[in-house]
Ligand binder design. Structure first.
Ligand SMILES: *[C@@H]1O[C@H](CO)[C@@H](O)[C@H](O)[C@H]1NC(C)=O
Ligand SMILES: *[C@@H]1O[C@H](CO)[C@@H](O)[C@H](O)[C@H]1NC(C)=O
Ligand SMILES: *[C@@H]1O[C@H](CO)[C@@H](O)[C@H](O)[C@H]1NC(C)=O
Ligand SMILES: *[C@@H]1O[C@H](CO)[C@@H](O)[C@H](O)[C@H]1NC(C)=O
Ligand SMILES: *[C@@H]1O[C@H](CO)[C@@H](O)[C@H](O)[C@H]1NC(C)=O
Length: 240
């Protein structure tokens, strides 16, 4: 799995204090603290997106991604997207992700995001054996670098570059305050059951999804214009 080397990385990484980060017009015009959202700004962290105790989501009207970073080291991610299956272009895979935890701004310009363990995602893969399910989502992520520019019309714009250098869609600042769910573990994952399916997609089954075993997770309906949100299946494999 792509994320495995990060465990070693984490042990080696020494967290730099925030004052090592340079704030200037060429690089970071503002601190990273606040609420950020891509595109049409409908995918936003906080109460309107995920309800962890129910393992449910309120699906935004458009695809996109939202991030929030707090002064005291917490992050939250909300992500809603559809990706085409390279070998079967008609098989559009939808994923909805909620995760939070703590972040470290490293002195070399990278960010390490360490999840709290209560994140979850819904995956709708119409061509797979198990077509719609909810599973735990607990990946440590490395952002190689980040930059905040001042956009003349949209204001501060955050660019995050993932572990492999690929960019996250540009993020607009909705607020300098972080819009977040409570900064603590919000879901009991201790009852998680490990299962496997023939397609290898499901590795864990959460308590809530187990309770409603007979009724599948709510159907994801691709929003109009979601084509712009399509990412290649290669990228998706980084998420599953
Ligand atoms: C920063 O340091 C971390 C941990 O050593 C490393 O994984 C990452 O690749 C480094 N980032 C850059 C931009 O070199
Ligand atoms: C989506 O759009 C509909 C119609 O404009 C609106 O009623 C609904 O609240 C929106 N949903 C979200 C999650 O923003
Ligand atoms: C989630 O990931 C973090 C970081 O790797 C780890 O410390 C934690 O034990 C994990 N939590 C669960 C519930 O797997
Ligand atoms: C992609 O399509 C192939 C061929 O139909 C299918 O076997 C596979 O399960 C699909 N992958 C996902 C994640 O839906
Ligand atoms: C979490 O779930 C396990 C298994 O169902 C249960 O034994 C435990 O008491 C629960 N913990 C909390 C804090 O609810």
């Amino acid at each position: 799995m792509l994320f495995l080397p990060l465990t070693a990385l984490l042990a080696a990484a020494s967290a730099a204090s925030a004052q090592d980060i340079e704030y200037n017009s060429a690089h970071n015009v503002t601190p990273i603290t606040g609420t950020w959202s891509s595109g049409s700004k409908h995918v936003v962290t906080g109460t309107g997106f995920a309800n962890p105790s129910q393992e449910s989501f309120t699906y935004p009207n458009t695809t996109g991604v939202g991030y929030a970073f707090s002064d005291d080291g917490w992050y939250e991610i909300a992500r809603y997207r559809f990706a085409s299956n390279a070998s079967e272009p008609n098989c559009i895979i939808g994923t909805v992700v909620w995760v939070h935890g703590t972040y470290d701004l490293l002195g070399n310009g990278s960010i390490v995001l360490t999840p709290a363990g209560d994140g979850y995602q819904q995956v709708q893969a119409p061509c797979a054996a198990t077509s719609n399910f909810i599973q735990n989502y607990n990946f440590t992520e490395l952002m190689q670098s980040w930059q905040i520019f001042m956009d003349p019309t949209d204001g501060p714009k955050l660019h995050l570059f993932q572990f492999d250098g690929s960019p996250v869609a540009p993020l607009f600042q909705l607020s300098a305050e972080p819009n977040m769910l409570p900064k603590q573990v919000l879901r009991n994952v201790s009852g998680t059951v490990v299962t496997t399916t023939s397609d290898g997609l499901v590795t864990t089954e959460t308590q809530a999804s187990r309770k409603r075993k007979r009724s599948a997770a709510p159907e994801l309906k691709r929003p109009m214009g979601a084509i712009a949100g399509l990412v290649g299946a290669a990228l998706l494999s980084a998420v599953l």
